[in-house]
Design a protein around this ligand. Sequence first.
Ligand code: FE2
Ligand code: FE2
Length: 285
Amino acid sequence: MPAPADLDAFCRAILQRGDLASKLSPPRCPVPPSEEIPAAEPPPSRPARDPGLTMIGGAAPLPRPGQLADPAQRAICLARFAHHELMAVELFAWALLRWPAVPRDLRKGWLAALADEQIHCQLYLDRLEALGSRLEEHPQSDYFWKQVPGIEASPHGPRAFLAALGLTLEQANLDFTLVYRDAFRSAGDEASAEVFERVHADEIRHVALAARWLMRLSPEHGDDTVGAYEESVPYPMAAARAKGRRFSPGARREAGLDAAFIEHVRTARSSQELAGAGRPPGEDS
Ligand SMILES: [Fe+2]
Ligand SMILES: [Fe+2]
């Protein structure tokens, strides 16, 4: 396959080619100034996926940290994290095609994050291979792609995307990467622990990008991050889903989130919890 000639073709290749090599091929195209972007077709609402990468609804719970002494449980875990990264790659490509008129600096930020997600995916895949497994041997949950209809239907456009991906899913990953870094380390798998550590550091920058641009695109909210987030975040994404079981305020401060927003997320309860069902938020809910 020839390398895509420009940003539009690069993003379309990620969404329209079903194989991993095409989706993980790094960008080698400049980000054009907004006025040079021709009117183009909207992006597909689901990505092409080759056999073995086809997405299904829902997912079994992630293996618990205490189960990771078993290499098979570690492989399940690495496959899940690799697939989250693959979906993030695709969603940044989707956003770049969906909102070509956002400021060029935001498109540059999205493309840089996309390239990071490609690296994250490959790092997890390499660890998976070291354990003798492949992504195609595992079921792929469509958890991130399931949010696209809600983002599409939102009147808040790119702000809905920033709130859903950056400030909910990626914010939650700040916690998950630390929990699983420590769990893999305890299980004696230091090479995987280092991958979680690397991903965590990059996700801090991705959350920071989303927070910065949500506020720039929401001048009516001043510095009220909670107000801007709550207005833009598309259901069923919500503050209760922007965290893992072990809440890390330090990572959020590093991402530049303000104290009020951090506290808002820390204390957020899902509708199930409020109804007394006691079910924690997350991918499995
Ligand atoms: Fe990532
Ligand atoms: Fe990310």
